[in-house]
Structures are given as structure tokens and as C-alpha cells.
Design a protein. Structure first.
Length: 290
């Protein structure tokens, strides 16, 4: 037997087996007896679905009902020139706006094509047609999207405020602990000095080597080391320090009568004398210029 004959025989057997399977009635598990299920050697034919993928027939049928060489006005199919590209596809507002812009562009293209055909496409002035969705419905959808966006923003702001509040509390607790620790250390030093004072009659000022409230003595020492009057002292000498402020710079009888500090030559311009006559060469140049 040749290889071609064996191949034909195998194909015929396969076709016969498929026909037998299709002719046999399907059997559900509920209709079977327990003995048939338990019998390992029994032939059990389960319900099967034969799938046939006849590509040639499908292509032939598709070509039969395909519309060919129809004018555009019969299909009115319009394809957008620009694809939709979104950074965040989950942003409802931006996604709906992209759909709107794409539909608007397609409508403009379709309008130009309809105008090119010369067919009427505008409705009469006295014709009123209902839209698929009313303006009230679309306004509700828009308001819902705006509410969702505002809710997300409010949630993010609340989360940020909570984080800032937690951080502020942490800093406040650390500051209070630091103050309490410093206060405890100062109290311990004071108690130690009191115990020393009770135990000895003589004590020197060196025992009170303690800094309280930021060390005011060190500040005064630093001021004395710098030398010269400070900015505060200059302002005090100029504007005064404490006391009555009202009419502080007003004239009195004594100040008006006191002319000791008056200098008549202070604001007077010095006398320059008569201008000298220019020289002979300069006078000649002036005449030539005229």
C-alpha cells in the first residue's frame, strides 16, 4: 500500500468517526446509572460539540454580502484624522473631552463631504427633534464628574493636612521634652548648691556656675567686650527711653531762648568774589565761535 492510499484511508476513518459521534445522542451524567459510572471498562460517550472552521466558505460568504463601489452618501463612514492620546485614561473629564473633540472633527469632515454631494442635510426651521439624551441628563453627568473630582481633591488635601498635623505634634512634643529635661537639670543644680551651702559656712561665687534662662550674664559680657555704644543705646540717646513721650520734641521757653548752638555761617554759601576776566586767547576763541 502506498503512502497516498494510507493517507486517504486515515482521512476516511476520521470522517466516519466524526459522523458516528454526531449521529449518537448525547448522554448527560444524570441519566447514567451508578454501574455505568463505576465501570472503568464501559464505553462512556459524553456530550461533545464539534467545531468546524471552514475558512474558505466563510471568506466566500463574506465576499457575497460585502458592499462594493458604493457612494459615500450611502455609508457616511468618517474616520478621524488624529488618534486619541491620553496621559491618564482613568481621568473621566479628559477622556470625555477627547471623545467630544474627536466626534466634533468627524462631524466637520462629514459636513464638508455632504455639502460636496449637493444634497440637503439641514432640517427646516419649524422642525424640532428630541435628542437621545436631554440637556438635563447631560448636566447631571457633568455635575457628578465635577463632584467626583472635587471629592478626590478634598481627600488629598485632608490627607496632607493630617500629615502636617502629625509632624507638628511630633515637633511640639520634642520641644516640650527638651524644655522639661533642661528644667530638671537646672533644678538638680540648684538643689546641689543648696546642700553645699548648708554643709559649709564659707562658699565662693564659683559654686554658682549655673546658667539659667539663656545666660543673661554672658550676653552682658559680650556687649562689654565689643566696646562702644550699641544700637539700642544710640536710639535711646536720640529718642529717649521711657517717660513721657507726648510733646517730647516741642519747643519750650527755655529752648527758644537758648541760642548757644546757633551758627549763622553754617548754612550760608561762601563768597566767591567777582569772576575773573578770561585771557586773551580765550576771548579770541569765544569771538570765533560767534
Amino acid at each position: 500500500m502506498s503512502s497516498d492510499e494510507s493517507n486517504h484511508t486515515e482521512e476516511e476513518l476520521k470522517i466516519v468517526q466524526e459522523d458516528e459521534l454526531m449521529e449518537q445522542e448525547p448522554v448527560s451524567l444524570e441519566d447514567l446509572d451508578a454501574s455505568d459510572i463505576d465501570d472503568e471498562d464501559g464505553d462512556l460517550i459524553l456530550e461533545q460539540k464539534v467545531t468546524i472552521n471552514n475558512e474558505a466558505a466563510l471568506k466566500r460568504i463574506t465576499e457575497e454580502f460585502r458592499l462594493k463601489d458604493l457612494p459615500w452618501i450611502e455609508t457616511m463612514a468618517v474616520t478621524s484624522t488624529e488618534p486619541i492620546e491620553l496621559e491618564d485614561v482613568h481621568d473621566d473629564l479628559k477622556r470625555e473631552l477627547a471623545f467630544y473633540q474627536q466626534a466634533l472633527e468627524a462631524a466637520k469632515i462629514g459636513r464638508e463631504k455632504v455639502k460636496a454631494t449637493g444634497l440637503p442635510f439641514t432640517r427646516p426651521d419649524d422642525y424640532f427633534a428630541e435628542m437621545v439624551k436631554s440637556d438635563e441628563h447631560m448636566e447631571k453627568i457633568r455635575q457628578r464628574l465635577l463632584d467626583e473630582t472635587a471629592g478626590v481633591k478634598a481627600s488629598e488635601d485632608a490627607k496632607r493636612q493630617r500629615d502636617l498635623k502629625k509632624f507638628g505634634k511630633k515637633v511640639q512634643v520634642e520641644k516640650l521634652q527638651e524644655r522639661q529635661k533642661k528644667k530638671s537639670e537646672d533644678m538638680e543644680k540648684i538643689k546641689m548648691l543648696k546642700r553645699k551651702r548648708k554643709g559649709a559656712e564659707d562658699f565662693s561665687t564659683e559654686d554658682f556656675d549655673i546658667e539659667l534662662d539663656g545666660g543673661a550674664d554672658d550676653k552682658s559680657n559680650k556687649k562689654s567686650k565689643r566696646g562702644g555704644p550699641s544700637k539700642r543705646e544710640k536710639k535711646d540717646s536720640k529718642y529717649g527711653f521711657g517717660g513721657k513721650k507726648r510733646h517730647a520734641k516741642s519747643n519750650t521757653a527755655e529752648s527758644s531762648a537758648d541760642v548757644g548752638g546757633f551758627n549763622p555761617k553754617k548754612n550760608k554759601a561762601p563768597f566767591k568774589g567777582q569772576a575773573k576776566r578770561p585771557g586773551k586767547a580765550k576771548r579770541a576763541n569765544n569771538r570765533n565761535r560767534k
